[in-house]
Design a protein around this ligand. Structure first.
Ligand SMILES: Nc1nc2c(ncn2[C@@H]2O[C@H](COP(=O)(O)OP(=O)(O)OP(=O)(O)O)[C@@H](O)[C@H]2O)c(=O)[nH]1
Ligand SMILES: [Mg+2]
Length: 244
């Protein structure tokens, strides 16, 4: 029999399933994690979609993370048992600006528990509060979601697929936990997103006299510099800024 090379032996595959209400942001989280991209457009997932990424976790040089991106409509379908089969981790995603998406998690949990009844061990589950970049529109209080997660014994994380905040770090931290690895500070820093700031396009900023306004468009490679004439300046609506 052919001997396994060290590299092959080190390879691991982790199946992570994203579930939760329609439009909670599951596809966006998977897209951010695997392609470092984000789209404002909503295209509902039909059934299921798959995303893959190879990461290094501790001494595991080649961990293949498979994200199974389940449609929000699957809660009422008859495929969920197949989707969650042999999952290492299930991420229960809700939208912090939409209470209904939080309330429906109870149904997802009940359904997953019922479908896993025959298994000796339930897959690990964690709760994700997505869209935390829209803090001003949060309708699900932090204490409520933390209490809910604690009652169920789930890890809890707020994140934003839009800014990338906590997406990568949360997923690799949980993946490391499954593999029994503690991430080093260097590993953790590596998975923190680059600082992103959006000024312009959707917001108008007053700028002091003779200063330049830098209009930075997300996901576009160019930066436009306007020479701004500060006259009758509008009050800013909002600014999105994420620092890690
Ligand atoms: N502001 C903000 N919008 C987000 C974020 N994540 C997703 N969205 C938006 O929310 C909408 C729905 O996102 P999806 O990722 O398609 O939602 P989904 O959970 O995959 O939905 P289904 O496939 O129907 O189950 C899209 O318009 C996204 O641009 C986020 O972190 N912040
Ligand atoms: Mg989707």
């Amino acid at each position: 029999m052919e001997e396994e090379t060290e590299e092959y032996a080190a390879e691991k595959r982790l199946k992570i399933v994203l579930v939760g209400d329609s439009a909670a942001g599951k596809t966006s989280i998977a897209t951010r994690f695997c392609h470092n991209n984000f789209s404002r457009q909503y295209s509902p997932t039909a059934g299921i979609d798959f995303f893959y990424k190879n990461v290094t976790l501790g001494h595991h040089k080649n961990v293949n993370i498979q994200l199974w991106d389940v449609s929000g409509l699957s809660l009422r379908g008859n495929m969920l048992d197949k989707y969650i089969y042999e999952a290492h981790l299930i991420l229960l995603v809700y939208d912090v600006t939409n209470s209904a998406s939080f309330d429906i998690l109870e149904e997802w949990i009940t359904e997953i528990r019922d479908l896993s009844e025959d298994l000796q061990e339930l897959p690990m589950m964690a709760m994700i509060g997505n869209k935390c970049d829209m803090e001003h529109q949060r309708t699900v209080k932090r204490e409520r979601s933390h209490r809910f997660a604690a009652e169920h014994g789930f890890h809890y994380q707020d994140m934003s697929a839009r800014t990338g905040e906590s997406v990568s770090l949360c997923i690799v931290t949980l993946a490391a936990k499954i593999l029994g690895i503690r991430l080093t500070k260097i590993d953790q820093d590596y998975h923190k997103p680059i600082v992103t700031a959006e000024i312009g396009e959707t917001v108008d900023m007053p700028v002091p006299k003779n200063r330049k306004l830098v209009n930075r468009r997300p996901n576009k490679k160019h930066i436009t510099i306007h020479h701004f004439k500060p006259k009758n300046l509008p009050i800013p609506k909002s600014i999105s800024c994420s620092l890690q």
